[in-house]
Design a protein. Structure first.
Length: 95
């Protein structure tokens, strides 16, 4: 079965491609558990094609043990971060 979402780590930049929602949550967590992530991470969100509240939960989970700079945050994900009042928890890179 083709994964709904893929995660790639290059240096300290984590890229997510695909859907980040309830259908992909378990798969995403399995992929993340296999990675060694640094204390400071850039997260490229430009490849996220669909996001729901699971995406916010995933970002908060990653933030728990490291600082995160978000790159290429789409309108849908930004809207969710605004809705849940967590935009100030993250740093944002300028495009």
């Amino acid at each position: 079965m083709k994964p709904l979402t893929t995660i790639n780590l290059l240096d300290d930049t984590l890229s997510i491609q695909g859907e980040v929602n309830y259908r992909s949550a378990a798969q995403l967590m399995n992929q993340l558990d296999k990675l060694v992530l640094s204390d400071s991470l850039q997260l490229d969100c430009g490849g996220i094609t669909h996001a729901d509240s699971v995406a916010v939960s995933l970002l908060l989970y990653l933030l728990k043990e490291r600082s995160i700079v978000l790159l290429r945050v789409g309108d849908s994900l930004q809207g969710l971060l605004n809705l849940y009042g967590v935009t100030s928890f993250f740093s944002y890179a300028q495009d």
